[in-house]
Design a protein around this ligand. Structure first.
Ligand SMILES: *[C@@H]1O[C@H](CO)[C@@H](O)[C@H](O)[C@H]1NC(C)=O
Ligand SMILES: *[C@@H]1O[C@H](CO)[C@@H](O)[C@H](O)[C@H]1NC(C)=O
Ligand SMILES: *[C@@H]1O[C@H](CO)[C@@H](O)[C@H](O)[C@H]1NC(C)=O
Ligand SMILES: *[C@@H]1O[C@H](CO)[C@@H](O)[C@H](O)[C@H]1NC(C)=O
Ligand SMILES: *[C@@H]1O[C@H](CO)[C@@H](O)[C@H](O)[C@H]1NC(C)=O
Ligand SMILES: *[C@@H]1O[C@H](CO)[C@@H](O)[C@H](O)[C@H]1NC(C)=O
Ligand SMILES: *[C@@H]1O[C@H](CO)[C@@H](O)[C@H](O)[C@H]1NC(C)=O
Ligand SMILES: *[C@@H]1O[C@H](CO)[C@@H](O)[C@H](O)[C@H]1NC(C)=O
Ligand SMILES: *[C@@H]1O[C@H](CO)[C@@H](O)[C@H](O)[C@H]1NC(C)=O
Ligand SMILES: *[C@@H]1O[C@H](CO)[C@@H](O)[C@H](O)[C@H]1NC(C)=O
Ligand SMILES: *[C@@H]1O[C@H](CO)[C@@H](O)[C@H](O)[C@H]1NC(C)=O
Ligand SMILES: CC(=O)N[C@H]1CO[C@H](CO)[C@@H](O)[C@@H]1O
Length: 645
């Protein structure tokens, strides 16, 4: 009902015509605004008026410029980092230890036999490249199906414009037939490079993966081939082929409390085989460290059994270890360190915590639930990390492009690992994807860092262990405990001592905080406005009010103009003399109002309206534009307010 009444009054106002003009409104605004400047423009004489006008304009633009600068600064979401130092009892980090060799050679020998034979033959050939061919004697039972899938080739660069590319074995064999297409004579290491040939689409498209040293080429070739073989072995068998916990962990002491291999959680890592995690916090609570210092840390003696390493797969001997948060997956290739056999490695730990504040300041995620890429590592029940996301992303691309998953990353449900038989193109596809910049960029933009992060800073020191003097009894005791024999079965090459402890309980927190917050923005906007123009928020509201009034006047004028047009057309039909000025003035004053209302065809208009309201508005006299006429304005204003109620 109120709305209807309000609309009717609006209509009347439209019919009445504008009560005042733009100029009047502007002058009224200048006179009444609380911003400094405008008042002087209308009050002063012409010269000062110009001066004040220029000054007001200048400072107003200054204020707007400053505002835009501040708003831009605010919207750049800058952060500052505060460093704080705390002191408290901390949870001992989770410690993951792995043997550098993923498998025991004695257990995988049968799987890798063909591959090892090929590798030996290829190595022989490479060593004869320089001395000239003809000295190679192959044992002829090589399984060439493996070789033909991804062969090693020799790129002969002696003619830089026409490099000859020859199969490594073909070079050894058909050297005597002096053919220009196969290199003759000696081919030294500078001119001939070993490369990997990767072919896709039934061998129609080939790329060469070039290496500067044959060591690297052979290693990569071996890894590629062994990956294909091992990915067909079920996980349980692969775990059996790795180093078992009870053989690897010879002694364990946490503070004063003894521990053994049962206190470790096994996890199968594709790069390092069986890894064991101490204090992972998956099933039981994390262990607190009672004190900083060597005496209260974790002490381990590990046996890496170097004799049983896979010859060509692992060229590094030692223990790979990593400190990480509880419930986090150990990405040993990224965050791990090696400990050397025959030494004691002391690792002093300092804790750094990183806290990001999140959107819109930095792209971080609390638990990964808002990241589009499904986390494949969630099958280990571990928390989100950006490494997990990047690897999941790579595996997703791999499955999309190659149709199979890579052995090094977890497999989504229903997919298969790549191997040479079922997916002949996989190596070509994988190397293509690995070099793809686009793949990397999509993954990096799709993954977010986690908001809370704990980093363990390590101070590492090493010493020979056991010392020459104590070596005898230590090896005897350890051999006796492990093998129940008085003979020495353990030696310096296979043993690692680790000592992991908190250096101190001080921890550092790097917390992000917003450099510019809302309060900063408002006070700067207000400060600039006040300083240059003496204004406040209410002045902005005043200005908004004037704008609304202007729009209102425009509407009223437009309506009046349209009505006038209609009237003039209607009058044009009469043949009478043109209307006198007085008549026109009459037509534009509001005295026609009363009769107008009677012609409103809207049935909702109450009939008794004119009686109720009386003569609604004091009749506007014929326009007299040089008077300021502030009075009628006020009346209309109050009328307006009455309507709104
Ligand atoms: C290759 O091996 C066979 C036997 O295994 C031997 O008789 C022959 O002399 C060898 N040739 C060379 C060039 O070493
Ligand atoms: C060669 O290797 C392939 C795949 O590894 C295997 O299927 C085939 O039986 C092997 N051939 C011989 C003669 O060992
Ligand atoms: C190697 O040479 C023999 C004859 O010397 C020939 O029968 C064979 O086809 C050649 N192999 C290649 C790969 O050129
Ligand atoms: C060398 O090989 C090419 C094809 O690769 C052949 O056309 C040419 O006859 C061969 N030359 C000799 C001397 O065997
Ligand atoms: C590869 O060869 C197989 C049969 O030999 C064929 O079915 C397949 O379409 C070929 N793929 C491509 C990409 O040429
Ligand atoms: C490897 O070397 C060959 C011959 O020099 C060249 O054609 C090829 O493009 C190189 N491959 C890469 C990936 O650079
Ligand atoms: C190791 O596990 C045993 C039980 O299996 C437990 O009693 C002991 O406290 C654990 N040791 C450590 C250091 O957690
Ligand atoms: C992750 O955090 C969001 C809120 O940040 C929460 O709604 C969601 O349940 C959490 N997911 C898990 C698996 O904890
Ligand atoms: C992960 O958690 C679920 C449920 O809590 C459990 O059934 C599963 O065995 C866990 N997986 C691992 C690898 O611990
Ligand atoms: C991140 O750290 C802050 C401060 O230590 C803590 O309040 C918050 O709960 C942590 N968030 C997560 C997901 O651990
Ligand atoms: C210990 O060494 C002796 C000789 O050095 C040997 O006869 C004996 O079999 C060895 N014992 C074991 C258990 O290896
Ligand atoms: C201005 C105008 O159109 N006036 C008309 C109002 O309606 C009466 C009849 O209801 C007409 O006589 C007027 O001409």
């Amino acid at each position: 009902m109120n709305v209807k009444k309000y609309l009717v009054k609006c209509l009347h106002r439209l019919q009445k015509g504008p009560g005042y003009t733009y100029k009047e409104l502007l002058v009224w605004y200048c006179d009444n605004t609380n911003t400094h400047g405008p008042k002087r423009i209308i009050r002063e004489g012409p010269k000062k008026q110009v001066m004040w006008f220029v000054l007001t304009l200048l400072f107003a633009s200054l204020v707007f410029w400053q505002w835009s600068v501040f708003i831009q600064t605010y919207l750049s979401w800058e952060v500052s980092v505060t460093l704080s130092i705390g002191f408290k009892t901390m949870d001992f980090p989770a410690v993951t230890i792995c043997n550098a060799s993923p498998f025991r050679y004695s257990k995988v020998k049968h799987l890798l036999k063909d591959l090892d034979d090929l590798m030996e033959a290829a190595l022989k050939t490479i060593l004869t490249l320089e001395s000239g061919p003809g000295h190679v004697n192959y044992t002829e039972d090589l399984n060439m199906t493996i070789w033909n899938h991804t062969p090693l080739v020799v790129i002969d660069n002696r003619d830089p414009y026409h490099p000859a590319i020859v199969d490594l074995f073909a070079m050894g064999r058909n050297n005597s037939g002096a053919n220009s297409s196969s290199p003759q004579g000696s081919c030294n290491a500078q001119k001939c490079r070993v490369a990997l040939r990767l072919c896709g689409q039934n061998g129609t498209v080939c790329t060469y993966w070039n290496f500067t040293s044959a060591t690297q080429a052979m290693k990569e070739w071996y890894i590629l081939q062994s990956t294909s073989i091992l990915s067909q072995v079920p996980l349980e068998e692969r775990i059996q082929m790795g180093y078992p916990a009870d053989q690897m962990i010879l002694a364990c002491l946490f503070g004063a409390e003894p521990c053994n291999h049962r206190n470790f959680t096994a996890v199968f890592h594709p790069d390092y085989g069986n890894c064991y995690v101490f204090n992972w916090g998956m099933r039981e609570k994390a262990l607190p460290s009672s004190n900083p210092g060597t005496e209260f840390g974790l002490k381990l003696i590990l046996d890496i059994d170097q004799q049983d390493y896979v010859h060509y797969l692992t060229s590094t001997a030692g223990v790979r270890l990593m400190l990480h948060e509880q419930k986090a997956y150990p990405f040993l290739k990224d965050g791990g360190i090696y400990a050397m056999p025959g030494t004691e490695t002391s690792i002093g730990v300092l804790v750094d915590k990183l806290e990001r504040i999140g959107e819109p300041y930095s792209h971080c995620t609390i638990n990964g639930s808002d990241v589009q890429i499904p986390n494949l590592y969630s099958e280990f029940n571990t928390s989100y990390s950006i490494q997990a996301c990047l690897r999941s992303c790579f595996q997703e691309h791999m499955i999309e492009n190659c149709g199979c998953g890579h052995y090094l990353y977890p497999l989504p449900k229903g997919e298969k690992y790549c191997n040479n038989q079922d997916f002949p193109d996989w190596a070509y596809c994988y190397s293509d994807l690995r070099m793809s910049v686009h793949q990397r960029e999509t993954c990096i933009s799709g993954c977010k860092e986690s908001c809370n992060d704990t980093q363990y800073k390590m101070t590492i020191s090493m010493a020979d262990w056991p010392s020459e003097a104590s070596e005898d009894w230590i090896f005897h005791v350890l051999s006796y405990e492990r093998d129940k024999t008085t003979n020495l079965t353990i030696d310096r090459k296979g043993i690692v001592k680790l000592n992991i402890y908190f250096q101190e309980f001080n921890y550092r927190t790097f917390a992000e905080s917003a450099t510019n917050n809302m309060v900063w923005l408002l006070s700067n906007l207000g400060g600039q406005f006040g300083f240059w123009m003496g204004g406040s928020v209410l002045c902005i509201i005043e200005f908004g009010e004037i704008i609304i009034d202007c729009i209102w006047i425009t509407i009223i004028k437009l309506v009046a103009w349209a009505k006038g047009l209609k009237q003039r057309r209607a009058q044009a039909r009469y043949d009478g003399p043109p209307p006198t000025v007085a008549e026109l003035v009459e037509a534009h004053t509001n005295f026609g109002f009363q009769s107008d209302t009677e012609n409103v065809t809207d049935p909702h208009v109450p009939k008794n309206y004119p009686e109720e309201q009386g003569p609604p508005i004091p009749g506007t006299p014929p326009p007299n534009y040089d008077s300021l006429r502030l009075q009628p304005l006020d009346v209309i204003e109050s009328d307006n307010e009455g309507d709104a109620i």
